[in-house]
Design a protein around this ligand. Structure first.
Ligand SMILES: [Zn+2]
Length: 436
């Protein structure tokens, strides 16, 4: 019997699997390749490796002309990163031995030297099913947040802060006011001269979120809930309001007053961080990453005149869940998620942002407490010097706006033309896909 130890392998996830398993095996038995280390019986190690390979890899093809995939030694080398050639050969021999029983029953060996191996592409993703059930449930069954609905959202969206793309970037991050590229633009249709004059005279109020009773529902906010929808450039923000040629719009730029934490959906267009097939969270992270790629399309879809108000309810629930529940549960981050960054459906390559709650408020906008002076005085009075303001008092002071209008940024635009991009579909093909 051969014995291995965690040090035999370079793959970190496999090593930690073996480190966890090792204490349950008898002391005094040493690794065949590291005589000073406690060994683990080959059956245990090979069982882990065999399981991971079979659930992730299959034969490249039975077609002899197709020459792709990895040979068995290449596959083992890449997955477990054996410390030496001897270890590689031992793993290979043990994998081959482990399937003797199947062969006696007439089966073919899976670990065949003449085969090459490729990774399975599984298309099944349980999160899509859960999302569809959530949508149906919240629209047709329970308008108010049910326990069941919250459970599904938690399943789908929790642990987002642990995601990383292939270059190590997290989709959740905090931006400080000094960071470049975080100027946000907002546009409003203002077709008459009187309307434009009014907008230019009071841009923070006119271009910010409207007062509470006038807030309309959007894809990411229920009626009455403050939400600042902006874009990171003027072209995108004009495209997003879908103005007809000949109409007029007023735009303004807004800068951050304080740090905000965002969930950046555009990061999901990158590749997910590569994780070992021995990592216990590999499939979970991969499923969530792929789900988020599709989910992004759902929130970028334009609001159309024929849309039912109910169509927005699921995404509204998600943004509320992400803003209120998710960050509170996320250990370590401590801060709420103030907004979502997402790609523009109106202008490919453009990026939008939706800011929620108090992060949506503009200094000098409609929600500014009337008496600015007393507010400042109060916070000075009760601040104990460490920047701590009693929570109850903080509530009294009202929300802390995250945005301010950039002076001199208000501009009036007349729309002189629209760029259109399209795809031509064969009408027959479209019918076929409807059948499907
Ligand atoms: Zn060893």
């Amino acid at each position: 019997m051969t014995h291995f130890c965690p040090e035999c392998f370079g793959d970190k996830s496999l090593r930690s699997l073996l480190i966890k398993a090792r204490p349950s095996y008898p002391d005094g038995v040493k690794c065949d390749f590291h005589p000073s280390r406690k060994g683990i019986p080959d059956a245990v190690v090979i069982d882990r490796i065999d399981g991971a390979i079979r659930s992730n890899y299959g034969w490249a093809d039975s077609n002899p002309y197709v020459n792709e995939g990895a040979t068995l030694p290449e596959l083992i080398e890449g997955l477990v990163q054996p410390e030496s050639e001897d270890i590689l050969q031992a793993v290979k021999a043990e994998l081959e031995n482990s399937e003797d029983y199947d062969m006696r029953k007439g089966g073919e060996p899976f670990y065949d030297d003449n085969q090459t191996f490729v990774k399975y592409e599984t298309t099944y993703n349980p999160l899509h099913e859960m999302w569809d059930r959530f949508k149906y449930d919240i629209v047709h069954q329970q308008r108010f947040f049910s326990q069941r609905g919250q459970g599904w959202l938690r399943e789908i969206f929790s642990d987002l802060e642990h995601q990383k793309d292939s270059s190590g970037q997290s989709p959740i991050y905090t931006v400080s006011p000094s960071e470049k590229g975080w100027t946000m633009y907002r546009a409003r249709r203002r077709d008459t001269e009187a309307e434009r004059a009014k907008a230019c005279a009071a841009p923070a109020a006119e271009l910010g979120p409207p007062p509470e009773r006038l807030r309309r529902a959007g894809r990411l906010n229920a009626p009455g809930v403050a939400c600042f929808y902006g874009a990171f450039d003027i072209e995108t923000c004009l495209a997003e309001i879908r103005p007809p040629v000949g109409s007029w719009a007023v735009t303004a730029a807004f800068d951050l007053l304080r740090p905000i934490t965002v969930l950046d959906m555009t990061r999901f267009t990158n590749e997910v961080a590569n994780r070992s097939i021995f990592s216990p969270v590999r499939q979970k992270r991969l499923d969530q990453w792929r789900f988020m790629q599709v989910f992004q399309e759902e929130i970028t879809r334009p609001i159309l005149p024929d849309d039912e108000v109910l169509d927005y309810v699921p995404t509204q629930a998600v943004s509320e869940f992400i803003h209120v529940a998710l960050a509170a549960e996320a250990k370590g981050t401590g801060s709420r998620i103030d907004g979502i960054v997402y790609g523009s459906a109106q202008r490919p390559g453009g990026r939008n942002i939706a800011l929620f709650g108090e992060a949506a408020l503009i200094d000098g906008g409609t929600d500014e407490p009337e008496d600015k002076l007393s507010r400042a005085a109060l916070s000075g009075l009760w601040d104990d010097g460490a920047g701590y303001v009693r929570p109850s008092l903080q509530n009294m002071l009202g929300p802390d706006p995250a945005l301010k209008l950039r002076e001199g940024s208000v501009a009036v635009h007349r729309i002189t033309g629209i760029d259109v991009r399209w795809m031509t579909e064969d009408p027959d093909n479209e019918l076929q896909s409807l059948d499907f």
